[in-house]
Design a protein around this ligand. Sequence first.
Ligand code: MRU
Length: 366
Amino acid sequence: MKSSPLETRVVPISAGPGRLRLLDQRRLPREEAWIDCRSADDAAEAIRSLAVRGAPLIGVAAAWGLALEAGRLAARGGERFDADWEEAAARIAEARPTAVNLGAAVERVRTAFRSSLGASPAERAALLAAEAERFEAEDRAACEAMARHGAAWIAARVGAPGAGPLGVLTHCNAGALATAGVGTALGVIRALAADRPVAVFADETRPFWQGARLTAWELAKDGLDVTILPDVAAASLIASGRIGAAIVGADRIAANGDVANKVGTYGVALACRAHGVPFVVAAPRTTLDPACPTGRQIPIEWRDGAEVLLLDPSGESRLSVAPPGVPALYPAFDVTPAALVDAIVTEAGVSTPPHAEGLARLLALP
Ligand code: MRU
């Protein structure tokens, strides 16, 4: 049965006091396999290896990983409860550098941990589980609010439904697989599709194939119309007039509105500007980093170039088309300048240029 527009059948995390299971996204769409985490280090390894990925979901997984760690250390007993937990928190915060949601989640749980000093270790573990639960629920609610704000903004910009479906292009996966809810960019697409026919074009997103493997799997599972295209075809598709809007997620947004997202996003934004197509970013406020003045200060993750050389770096095949011995570069993210971003959709509303003012206003809202 098809899910209703703001629901999804895709759930990448299952957690509660003393348990954390993560859908292993490296194995999608081949199989739905789950990883049972027993410690914060297990969660950190899942984040590092891209078994769990997507900025908001990384934060939620880290929050639950730290709650799990408190329970593990409480059951173990001994003097080093605080010290060992703090060290685990520092390690998980380092698992990946670009998504600011990870640091924000660790900071949130750390604050709860430090303010519960008088309680027993078991009580503190229960408090952290409650905090992780709240954090997860907030992300879910943020996705729904973004979906509504973003769909309303795009509908107003592109006008009433025409004869054919509205073509929407997206890059990477900013969906239910990247959040605790219906997704950021894909949440907006789900809300748009509730009111009009929408044809989604998913960039395949080399080399990890988040578009071809994850976005396509998730949207097809929920009954949406999705077509995969090579990343290199995005510019000509945008130029063809078949795309009404492009919408992507973000891993970190600087105070001036520069947006770090999966590498390839910048090219999509350039093509959109060249052809007058709205370029929209959807991200919860946990992705905004007011301490980062511009995109130049955003740490960009460089992954092993070997991942670029393999046809399927998340799979078991070691097949490569490249000649042996030739190196490759893999900056996992790029920065789209604020000037190319027509709208930044958050759960608190939409920022339009100038984004420095727009984002500060959204951050000041309750
Ligand atoms: O390397 P990934 O798969 O974690 O990169 C994910 C992205 O770049 C997403 O577009 C971004 O995190 C937004 S997810 C709602």
